[in-house]
Design a protein around this ligand. Structure first.
Ligand code: HEC
Length: 154
């Protein structure tokens, strides 16, 4: 085979492999998917806490709120890439099995949260504290909305 034919063959094989790979293949094993989503949620939760501390404290730093809001905005889709098939029954996970039987509803909850986070980040940029408080409250509600249905209480 000449080099070009070989290269074309290789690309073809790779494309087939990618198409045939199951969704969880981006993670080495289901445990890795659980760890990934929990890590992303931990960061999001940590920065929600930091914003709350700023809103509750006497001296409010807009810079701190802005940097946390921007981070949450950047992270907001990440956990949901890791709710892959077959990762529902990992012992260490608090994900309820209904996530995989009511996927549309779960995805809708995720989208609602992401929309609120977009608004929170926009409010943080304007620096309007009233708008930030409202958007922060709405975001928190959107988190809770999903947790009530789809996260096991530990
Ligand atoms: C669409 C559903 C959904 C939304 C929206 C959601 N979560 Fe979660 N969250 C989950 C599920 C399910 C788990 C359990 C994941 C697991 O253990 O596999 C979880 C776990 C967590 C954890 C625990 C992570 C760990 O280390 O075990 C934190 C913290 C968290 N979420 C924070 C948040 C915050 C803050 C928001 C809102 C900004 C949010 N979540 C929005 C479904 C959601």
């Amino acid at each position: 085979m000449n080099r070009l034919v070989k290269a074309a063959f290789l690309v073809g094989t790779l494309a087939t492999l990618t198409a045939a790979a199951p969704a969880w293949a981006q993670f080495a094993k289901p445990e890795a998917a659980v760890e990934y989503r929990q890590s992303a949620f931990t960061l999001i939760g940590n920065h929600m806490g930091r914003i709350k501390a700023q809103l509750d404290g006497g001296k409010t730093s807009l810079d701190a709120i802005r940097s946390s809001a921007a981070l949450i905005d950047a992270l907001k889709t990440l956990p949901f890439e890791a709710f892959v098939e077959g990762s529902g029954d990992v012992a260490d996970s608090a994900a309820k099995p209904e996530i995989w039987t009511e996927r549309e509803k779960f995805d809708k909850r995720a989208k609602e949260m992401q929309e609120k986070v977009t608004l929170l980040n926009a409010a943080a940029r304007t620096g309007d504290l009233v708008a930030i408080r409202t958007a922060f409250g709405d975001t928190g509600k959107a988190c809770k909305n999903c947790h009530e249905d789809y996260k096991k209480k530990k």
